[in-house]
Design a protein around this ligand. Sequence first.
Ligand SMILES: [Zn+2]
Length: 907
Amino acid sequence: MPAVAAIAAVSIALAFGAPPDISLERGSNPNAVAPSVLNEGDPFRQLDETLPTPSETRTASGAPGPRYWQQKADFDIQVTLDPKAAELIGNQRVRYHNNSPDELRYLWMQLDQNRFTDNALGERANPAPDLSRPQGIGFMRSIVENREWEGGYRDVLVTSSGATLHTVVVDTMMRIDLPAPLGSGGTFEFDVSWRFKVVKSTVARARSCYELLGEGDPDVKDGDKVKDLAPIYDMAQFYPRMAPYSDVRGWQHKQFLGQGEFALDFGDFTLAVTVPDNWTVGASGELQNEGDVLSAEQRERLSAARNDEKPRFVITPEEAAARRAATPTGTKTWKFVAKNVRDVAFGASPTFIWDAAKAPIPGTDRAALAMSFYPVEAEPLWSRFSTHAVAHTIDSYSRHAYPYPYPVAISVNGPVGGMEYPMISFNGPRPEKDGTYSQGTKLGLIGVVIHEVGHNWFPMIVNSDERQWTWMDEGLNTFCQYLAEQEWEHKYPSGRGEPEKIIEYMTSADQEPIMTNSESVRRLGANAYAKPATALNILRETVLGRELFDYAFLEYCRRWAFKRPEPADFFRTMEDASGVDLDWFWRGWFYSTRPVDIAIEKVTRYTVEPLDPVASKGAKKVERDGRAKTLSEQRNAELAVRVDRFPELVDFYSTFDELEVTAEDRQRFKRIVSQLGDRDGELAQSKLSFTIVRLRNNGGVPSPLPLTLTFADDTTQDVTLPAEIWRFAGGAQASKLIVTDQEIVRVELDRYRETADRDPSDNMFPQEIERSTFAVEPRDRGNGANPMRTAQESTVREATRKSAESLAKRVAEAVKAGRSAGSVLTDVDAKDLKDGWGVSFMVLDGAEQGSGAIAQLISAGPDRAVGGDDDITFIVTSTGDALERAAAGGSRGGRGGGRGRGGARGG
Ligand SMILES: [Zn+2]
């Protein structure tokens, strides 16, 4: 105890001196606090007030509760596709299981095809296009064709046990009034028959439509030449589907407006598709009657494909060509079974090449069959990439989300650019007609297949409500797509996922929070795909780390596979399973539109001031004497001063230096050292370097702070400070003490671009001069359209044409007279040998193969170079005629031919 008292009595304060080299302050006012942070309250306050109250259906941990329930609807569907009328005719039996605790007096079905009637809500609410801008020809087509086309369901009839049921259609929904209330646990069976005209790809943008391959269009009245027409049908949302009835919303009552997709319940399906007998069908589910629709050889190939990870043809390109050219002699019915799915869809066409490969499912001993269906127009791109991309998605998503539960996964090439259904997806990218393709097309295909097949997990397995929250399926899926793309090949240039790619959106004016209803989002791609995907990537890499994140994300998928999660279930599960409070993260990224923008304001380096007065006063002296003299001091150095004239004015203080070490200083030092003892004496004279980094949150979203410290010897160290630093800071400014052995000479924030910081220019201390380049436009300054010059040019051109013609006639005469073409040049005045642009005409002698020309006369045109489209060329024929040749292309061939035979150059 006494020893402690003795030390306390010394009461030395360790003084810290800061050398001025890196403590330069930036211009900002350290007392000002960004208004966005304080106006919206504590960014760390809990979400309890925002999230729904937990219940026995959905627990506070984010899991389904002990009383969780969901409805089930089983379907037996038969459809016939009539390609002549472009009509789909169907009937279906529905077994609706009421698993809810509630009694139901009516059911709601979704009639999505009614989105294409003229008086559909989505159609009438559609805002006008911007006609002050040019529109594509597709726009005109769709306007004109749409005026004659009639979409929507017709002849819808609902019966049960032979009796017609009363129904009421409200836009894209239909209420079925039950003959008797359906109690909890009860099942109601009924039949629905219907027909509708399938949307043509040129009429409207639709998730389900058909296209005509080949040339021309029989529906266009101006008599396009029609050749080799062959249809592809991408069929989805084609049958009346049950609206979901849930613990959260009761009956889903949001109409299909086009942007918000689907909300559905699970069920078991049988699907029978009748098509002309030369057609091929790929659908959700397992094919039940291979023997009826495939040849023995094709069935053998299909079973071989089940054991080979390299794609094999089931229908070869040659067979597809033959089917395409064939005339159907009847129909065939393709039968499928799909269990525990929320929907079914199919692709049908006589053009399909079909390949398949085994896709092992990680975490199980099962394998799925990955397949692609595509016309020859998709080759050679599709046979190389599509099925591999399907299998790769199964591999990657099964590891990051949930083992793929279904037997098949399909990618179909047709008119739909990218759309997803259970076990089947429609993907658009095709190569050029000559089979070459751009990098964008290649990556577009791989990316879209991963994305659309990836939707099997979100929302086909983890059954979130797309009509309410687009981000819950698109955002989570785009995040997993990013992971899968990065596992496809190194440096795969993913369009979404890297933090720096979201900065433009997060600083733009047209934002809503991610937590916004699907139909109310303006920039859907940025809001519902890219931003949540990026947020999850940051959560994984920077906030939680891969281990914690992956565990929690897998747990979310496990808990909610084949169930219906809401946003709160996701937020709560990610916190519950990772053990990390993330309310600030959801609040900043999902409930606000604020950007991330952190600045390093100031860095100050401290060292312990030496106790030894020789060292401490010496250091202060060095610092003082090292400073530059003030301007006046410099100018006054030679100034005559009074004490020079009166030396008696010089006394003790005239030469006294307060930084000289005094005897008293030395005695005090001795006393302190003896009182401190060895251990504390050492501490008090520590050589550690103390650095205080002051940061400012200009964006408002709390962000972790990944710092890279550079030391005097040029080595570096990465340190990440948690976002909670902003909680303790209680405002827009935070500071952190970093203690190191070596002096820190540089501090860099977010070096690895992991936080989506909007302004990296203030992320470095000391700041650096930014380097850039600017381009010098090599062309003259344009003055826009110049009709005067155009008119002059055409006058000159006409004059040149005339003189070329008369010269060509003289060449023709010379040739007729048996002289060489070039000989005419010596006969003509030098001034007549120049064209309107001052360049001599060129005369080429000799016959040109196949053209009948034996000589040519060429003006190089305004570009003064032979070979461009502006040349004026006359050819002289063996019969002695001079004929003008059409400008484009012709002059090129002529030039090559003439030179090759050593034609004479005139002038
Ligand atoms: Zn999507």
